[in-house]
Design a protein around this ligand. Structure first.
Ligand SMILES: Cc1ncc(COP(=O)(O)O)c(C=O)c1O
Length: 334
């Protein structure tokens, strides 16, 4: 009889299951009606995240996409142009809501440097020209394979944006990974931004939740937009409690990064063309993407397509023995 293989799911760091400690915290959460006034556990989470990010205030939101949309909605007037890295989540993976609902005209930057920001967003234009008002950054950059923007690069980009009068929003869905990979505090990666969005439901392992943050006046406005989008929840402390547990697990991301490294070098040893991972995402170039994803699935290794490549993401529900098992299956069966 053929033994069924246990799938090893490396499609994303969003596939993690909440563990016992997280479920216990959710069950025991102190709650209130967050739409009427303020749920105490959500308030505690928001205050803690604002402190970690070095901003005045923060707002829990159900998803990273909603956090980004709320920020863009508050920043942009209809028809305002915003700059974002080519392949950014706000450009490619949020159903065009930046344009559709926030009213922005997207402009992708193939390379994100201070010079490119100034060239794309600065200078005089005739009255009928587009007005550029926002730079949207992404750290880590998902579609490039979890690449990291350093604190110095970040500061230079913010300074360039400021020099031409742009506001700055940071999509920090995986900012925790950037902070751990660089060994720097989160505040050095948020310095100077107007708004930032961080996800609790990726490498940190919460089942749901993100936080959008900035000035106190931004959060007042963001709360209104969240309600408008249907994201106001009542006893959300049940969800925020998972987020608070998740925040205790930031340092654990170093393990995901070392597992990604182990996977990348193992794949390379097997002859795969693999980029050096900066964090928890490994991208591999293959001649036939669809065929490779199917062959991987046949041996119980789940990966996803990203930027025309195979994307493997390490996370809290896989360890180094799973990585070794993935490599064993690929050595023997593919
Ligand atoms: C960089 C980035 N931003 C935003 C999001 C959106 O998060 P969510 O899936 O919670 O809407 C993701 C999700 O993968 C992401 O990778």
């Amino acid at each position: 009889m053929i033994e069924p293989v246990t799938p090893i799911d490396l499609r994303s760091d969003t596939v993690t299951q909440p563990d016992e400690a997280m479920r216990r915290a959710m069950a025991a959460a102190e709650v209130g009606d967050d739409v009427l006034d303020h749920d105490p556990t959500m308030a505690a989470l928001e205050e803690r995240v604002a402190g970690l990010l070095g901003v005045e205030a923060a707002l829990w939101v159900p998803s990273g996409s909603m956090g980004n949309l709320i920020a863009l909605f508050v920043h942009l007037q209809r028809g305002d142009r915003f700059l974002a890295p080519l392949g950014a989540h706000v450009l490619d993976a949020e159903l065009g809501t930046a344009a559709w609902l926030a009213g922005g005209m997207p402009h992708a930057l193939p390379v994100v440097t201070p010079e490119a920001v100034i060239a794309a967003g600065g200078g005089e234009s005739p009255y009928y020209g587009l007005r550029t008002t926002l730079l949207c950054l992404e750290n880590t950059h998902n579609a490039s394979g979890g690449t990291v923007t350093s604190a110095d690069e970040h500061a230079a980009l913010v300074a360039a944006a400021r020099s031409i009068g742009l506001a700055v929003h940071l999509d920090g869905a995986r900012l925790w990974n950037a902070s751990v990979a660089l060994g720097v505090p989160l505040t050095s990666l948020t310095a100077g931004v107007d708004t930032v969005q961080v996800c609790l439901s990726k490498g940190l392992g919460a089942p749901v939740g993100s936080v959008v943050a900035g000035s106190a006046s931004f959060v007042v406005e963001a709360r209104r937009v969240r309600k408008m989008l249907g994201g106001g929840v009542r006893q959300g402390g049940v969800l925020a409690a998972a987020g608070l547990v998740a925040l205790d697990r930031i340092d654990r991301l170093a393990t995901d990064h070392s597992n990604a490294n182990g996977l990348a070098s193992g794949l390379r040893a097997l002859g795969w063309e693999v980029e050096e991972p900066s964090t928890n995402i490994v991208l591999a170039s293959v001649p036939d993407l669809e065929k490779t994803l199917l062959s991987l699935r046949d041996v119980g290794v789940f990966a996803s397509p990203m930027s025309g490549k195979v994307r493997f993401v390490t996370h809290g529900d896989v360890d180094s023995s799973d990585v070794a098992e993935v490599l064993r299956r690929l050595r023997e069966d593919i």
